[in-house]
Each structure stands twice: as structure tokens, then as C-alpha cells.
Design a binder for this molecule. Structure first.
Ligand code: HEM
Length: 487
């Protein structure tokens, strides 16, 4: 049977209409199914308990207040752990944040850098340290920079550095302590740490006024990033520019020198960075920004650990006697003013336990921020993508199930192995402190040369610790000193 043209046309129309309507119906059903699946998924995502505080500022004031008096654990973290558990939500500095505590949560967050989270620093820190510094880098760029920095600062890399470190500490003590009866231990430790980075890592002589310029930058690192003429941040930016000009000149000089003397081995961290520059692995900005960052990373942290170790020793005379005995034995096997070696540092086992215990109780960095780059499901809750995460040392360092009688000072607890991700003064995972070995040898060499050369006592045994935002002894920890009589 042949079909009439009119009939054929109506038939084609009918078919098209049927196809369109069935497609629409199918799509509607699918969209409906999809949206309800999304809604269902949203419903399944349960935020951790906690309070978001006031609109926009959230609980920032409570956090800052606790931080200023060095009571972040007592007044902010612990009351919320008691109320909500190890995972709680809050809002700090305008950002919805999940605070995580405990070994398992630390492992999840710290070991998943780049996959689930990325480190998240305030805009002022990134502007002052430089966008090209290691802490602001992710992925491949982070790997390359980390390779240069961490290799130079590894235990093997430090082997040649220990005698040099010994020389730097000794000449610091001769010039800054010699002939004095009282000194500020914290200020002395800061000046020393600064000299160690410049002279031992960069081979650049510290000149008068340099430390002050750097400290002006450091003062702005956590300041509000507004550039009013006299604001902390504006002063810091001006100081950063001065440093940049100085370092760029040094980098170019070094590059020229290295190109002219092809055969000299590139042993210092500075020459390794410049070598990376000549090979085209990194840029000049990356060299400069990382040189600034390393000063910042080493400065307040190492000096606080040094000062607090002395405070703990003063409060625990039995520990002090054991530690002094360890150093006297090392000294007894050396000639007068002979340099220490890595082997000597390895013998300072008890001293390192004392330092570790000090950093457990008084961590120079109590935690740091990350940003979730994907939804993270953990412990029956979801940390939403885009939220900040704050991991803290407190959740494990002060936990009696992990460290027995956690508030007591007991260096011998480190005779036993420590469970992973419970002891975190240096962080963990891919962002583990790249300078932890340098920090260790600097503190131990300093301890050795002080306790074998000086008798000392705290001027204010009850001196309080403030935070801004890193902790520091509020009076600079003055100590009375007198040279030890030669035996
Ligand atoms: C007692 C002294 C020190 C303490 C307590 C300390 C602590 C830390 C912590 C907790 C982190 C990780 C931060 C995070 O996870 O966001 C870190 C990272 C870092 N630290 Fe240290 N630090 C110390 C000394 C040093 C020194 C002496 C240097 C080098 C001169 C250094 C260089 C670095 C660098 C480069 C990073 C960034 C690593 C990366 O992003 O891959 N630190 N430090």
C-alpha cells in the first residue's frame, strides 16, 4: 500500500513529536533522578559537630585570645574536644574550618598533601616569603625545590656542616656571652640561628643591621595584609624589598663565581640553589624566595626550642645533671677547642630526648592549616571541599592514651618507639620540616658548648610565654651566666 503525501507528512510529524516528547520525558526523569541523587548525597554528608560563631568572624576572637596567651589548647581546642570530640567545625579568620585531632586524623590529613589537601598559608605570609617559596608550591615544582633544600639539609648533607656549626656557635658565645653576667637567652638564640642560616647555609657574612631588617619582615608574616603607610604589613613589605635587592645581587655574584670556577664542588645549600638556576631547573625568583623562607622557617622555631630546653633543664635538676654528664663525657674525649663531629652529635642521645620532650610540651609550631581540595569522608563526617583544616600537635602530644601522664616532663619516655603521627613538632608527610636535621644538630651543638662552658640560671623562673602568633618567652628569657672553671 502506497502512503498518501498528506498522510506521510502527518506520520513524520507524529513520529518527531513522539521522539521529542519521549526524549524530554526521559531527560526529565533522568534529571529528576540525578538531582535527587545529589540531594541524597548532600543529605548523607554530615558536617562534624561544632559552632560557627558570629557571622563572618565566627570564633576568630576566641581563637586569637587563646593564642595570645599561649592557651590555644586549654581555652580553644580542649573545651571543644570535650564537647564535640576529636573532629569539630568552627570558623576562624573568615574561613569555615575543621579542627582535627588524633593520630589517625593527622595521618589522613598530613599524608594526603596534594591529593586531598594543600597547605594553606595566610596571604600576608605568601606575599612576604614570596609566591615562589617551597611552602607555596604544589606538585612537581614542590618536588624539585624540596629535592634541593631537603638533600642539602639531610643528615648526610650536614656531615660537613657540624664542624662549621661548632665554629659559628663558639664565636657567637665568645662575642655575645664573653665577659657578661646576664644575657637574654632567647635573643641570643635568635641571633645565632640567623647567623647559622646565613653563614653555614649561604656562606654570606652577617652584616650589622641585617637581622633587624629580616625581623621586620617576619613581624608582618601573620599581620593583616593592608598597606597603610605605618602598618606592620607595609613596613614588612618595605623590608622585604630591601632584602630582595641584597639577595638578588648575592645570587648573581654567586652564579658568576660558579660559572668561572667550574670544578669547585657545590656543597652549600646556596650553591645548590644557584646550580639549579644555572641548569634551568629553578628561576632566580625561586632562589631568592626560598632563601627568605629558610630564614623565616628556622628563626623563631629553633630559637624557641633552644630557650625552652634550658627552661626545662632549670626546672628539672636531675635531668640537667644527667644531660651535663653526657656532654662532659663527650668533651673528655676531645682536645681543647676541637670541633664536634656528626659522631659526637650521635652520642647526645639523652640530650635529644630532653629536646624532644621539651618540644612535645612546648611545640614551636602547634599545628598548621590545610585546604580540602576534595570532599573528605572521615569518622562518619564529611570535610567539604574548599574548607580549611587545622591539624594540631595538641590532640596527640597531650593525650594520656598516647603519652602517659602527658603534662609531666619525662625525657626517658622516648626510650620507647613512638607511634607514627602522634609526635609532630616537625609536622609529617610530604611537608615534613625540611630542616629538622639542621634544627637537631644546631640545638645539640649549642647545648654542648653552653653546658660545658657556662654555669647558668634563669632570672625569672616563672616567666610567661606569649604568642604572636608563634610562642616566645615574654621577657626574652634572661639568664645569669658565669664561665665554668677549667677542671
Ligand atoms: C625546632 C625547629 C623547627 C621546627 C619546630 C619546625 C617545624 C616545622 C613544621 C611543623 C613544618 C610543617 C608545616 C606544615 O605542615 O604546614 C615545617 C616545615 C618546614 N620547615 Fe621547619 N621547623 C624547624 C626548623 C627548621 C629549619 C632550621 C629549617 C631550615 C633552615 C626549616 C625549614 C622548613 C621548610 C623548608 C619547611 C617547608 C617544607 C615543605 O613545605 O615541603 N625548619 N617546619
Amino acid at each position: 500500500m502506497a502512503l498518501e503525501p498528506n498522510f506521510l507528512l502527518s506520520w513524520v510529524f507524529l513520529c518527531i513529536a513522539a521522539t521529542i516528547s519521549s526524549t524530554l520525558f526521559f531527560l526529565r526523569k533522568k534529571t529528576h533522578k540525578f538531582t535527587s541523587k545529589k540531594l541524597q548525597q548532600k543529605k548523607n554528608k554530615k558536617l562534624p559537630p561544632g559552632e560557627m560563631g558570629l557571622p563572618w568572624i565566627g570564633e576568630t576572637m576566641e581563637f586569637y585570645k587563646a593564642q595570645k596567651s599561649n592557651r590555644v589548647f586549654e581555652d580553644f581546642v580542649n573545651p571543644r574536644i570535650i564537647k564535640h570530640g576529636n573532629l569539630f567545625k568552627t570558623k576562624i579568620m573568615g574561613s569555615p574550618t575543621i579542627v582535627v585531632n588524633g593520630a589517625e586524623a593527622n595521618r589522613l590529613i598530613l599524608s594526603n598533601e596534594f591529593n586531598l589537601v594543600v597547605s594553606s598559608w595566610p596571604s600576608s605570609s605568601v606575599q612576604l616569603m614570596g609566591m615562589n617559596c617551597i611552602m607555596a608550591k604544589q606538585g612537581e615544582k614542590h618536588r624539585v625545590l624540596r629535592g634541593i633544600v631537603a638533600n642539602s639539609l639531610s643528615y648526610n648533607g650536614l656531615e660537613s656542616l657540624v664542624p662549621q656549626l661548632c665554629d659559628t656557635v663558639r664565636s657567637h658565645l665568645d662575642t655575645e656571652w664573653g665577659g657578661k653576667e646576664e644575657i637574654s637567652l632567647y635573643r641570643s638564640a635568635k641571633a645565632l640561628t640567623f647567623t647559622v642560616v646565613f653563614e653555614c647555609l649561604y656562606g654570606i657574612k652577617v652584616e650589622l643591621g641585617m637581622l633587624e631588617i629580616f625581623e621586620r619582615v617576619l613581624e608582618g608574616v601573620f599581620a593583616f595584609p593592608v598597606e597603610f603607610p605605618c602598618s606592620r604589613f607595609a613596613r614588612a613589605k618595605k623590608a622585604r624589598l630591601e632584602i630582595e635587592t641584597f639577595l638578588v645581587e648575592k645570587v648573581r655574584e654567586k652564579r658568576k663565581e660558579m660559572e668561572e670556577e667550574v670544578r669547585r664542588p657545590n656543597t652549600t645549600l646556596f650553591s645548590r640553589l644557584v646550580e639549579g638556576l644555572t641548569k634551568g631547573e629553578i628561576t632566580e625568583d625561586e632562589v631568592v624566595d626560598n632563601m627568605v623562607l629558610l630564614v623565616f622557617a628556622a628563626h623563631d622555631t629553633t630559637s624557641y626550642a633552644m630557650a625552652m630546653t634550658f627552661k626545662m633543664l632549670a626546672q628539672h635538676p636531675t635531668c640537667r645533671d644527667t644531660l651535663i654528664q653526657e656532654h662532659n663525657q663527650i668533651k673528655a674525649n676531645k682536645r681543647e677547642r676541637e670541633y664536634l663531629t656528626v659522631e659526637d652529635v650521635k652520642k647526645m642521645k639523652y640530650s635529644w630526648q630532653v629536646v624532644r620532650e621539651t618540644m612535645r610540651l612546648s611545640p614551636p609550631i602547634f599545628g598548621s592549616f590545610r585546604k580540602a581540595v576534595a570532599d573528605i569522608d572521615y569518622g562518619g563526617f564529611t570535610i567539604p571541599k574548599g574548607w580549611k583544616i587545622l591539624w594540631t600537635t595538641y590532640g596527640t602530644h597531650y593525650n594520656p592514651e598516647i603519652f602517659h601522664d602527658p603534662m609531666s616532663f619525662n625525657p626517658s619516655r622516648f626510650d620507647q618507639p613512638i607511634q607514627a603521627y602522634t609526635y609532630l613538632p616537625f609536622g609529617g608527610g610530604p611537608r615534613l620540616c625540611a630542616g629538622h636535621q639542621l634544627a637537631k644538630v644546631s640545638i645539640l651543638v649549642f647545648l654542648h658548648l653552653v653546658v660545658t662552658s657556662y654555669d647558668w640560671s634563669l632570672v625569672y623562673p616563672d616567666e610567661t610565654i606569649s604568642m604572636d602568633p608563634l610562642p616566645f618567652p615574654s621577657l626574652g628569657m634572661p639568664i645569669k651566666i658565669s664561665p665554668k672553671m677549667a677542671l
